[in-house]
Ligand binder design. Structure first.
Ligand code: SF4
Length: 246
């Protein structure tokens, strides 16, 4: 008797990712998020309308990896450039992809966009350091975490308290959707994907700015193997709750 075999494809390479080999270190969250963003845009059928503005740092050439229109931005300016593009191209889906150090280098750009009620999406990959610099402290580096500029671990008395990005941004009226996700586990990535989708919908429906902070791993500068870096991010999140906050 012949047994009928049924197969179902449950995973595949997102068609919107280009063939260009990504330069990210093993276990880096930027690689995870480039795939997630490519999947979302593909699933939503938005590849013709989507424009990515990638902030300065390790992910500044992500436009080489996601097959949509995209541009790299000078430090601190990705959100402002995204707002300008949206103003000129109202039908486009415009998102800024930034790191924690980059966005914090000029927070007035984000606050200004929120005050103007700019209908864009901001995806902030928070890996708690300035990866591209070789691991300098960022304003979002948690207390106790060692970086090249806080080698004994950040302390409130020494380098000041860390900035909670989502909590800061959600207080602005123009931000109509705000969430903190993570990329430290498959389950966390699934939830984060849903958050980014919602933030895109917020823009598509013309409601306001969507801001999604995503806790991420920078194994190289944490000086940890990828799996241990993911565990460290999970620990950090005990002080930084995930979920939708607005
Ligand atoms: S230095 Fe950190 S953020 Fe930059 S590519 Fe490597 S792991 Fe990613």
């Amino acid at each position: 008797m012949e047994i009928e075999r049924k197969t179902e494809k449950v995973y595949g390479y997102p068609g919107l990712l280009t063939d260009r080999k990504e330069h990210f270190c093993p276990g880096c969250s930027h690689g995870i998020l480039s795939k997630v963003i490519a999947e979302i845009i593909s699933e939503m059928g938005l590849h013709e309308r989507a424009i990515g503005v990638y902030g300065a740092g390790c992910a500044s050439i992500m436009y080489e990896y996601i097959g949509i229109k995209g541009v790299g931005a000078p430090p601190g300016s990705a959100v402002g450039i995204a707002a300008g593009i949206k103003d000129a191209m109202k039908d486009a889906l415009v998102f800024a992809y930034v790191g924690d150090a980059d966005i914090a280098s000029d927070l007035s750009v984000v606050i200004g966009a929120a005050m103007r009620n700019d209908k864009i999406t901001v995806i902030c990959e928070n890996n708690f350091n300035m990866g591209v610099s070789g691991g300098a402290m960022s304003p979002a580096t948690p207390l106790g975490i060692a970086t090249t500029t806080s080698p004994s671990g950040r302390s409130a008395a020494g380098q000041g308290n860390p900035l909670a990005l989502s909590e800061l941004v959600k207080g602005t009226k123009g931000v109509t959707y705000c969430a903190r996700g993570s990329s430290h586990s498959p389950g966390a990535v699934r939830k984060t994907k849903a958050m980014i989708k919602k933030a895109f919908m917020e823009q598509i429906f013309g409601n306001g700015m969507g801001f999604v902070e995503v806790a991420g791993m920078c194994p190289t500068n944490l000086n940890l193997p990828p799996v241990e870096a993911a565990t460290k991010v999970k620990e950090i999140l005990e002080e930084l709750p995930t979920g939708e906050t607005k």
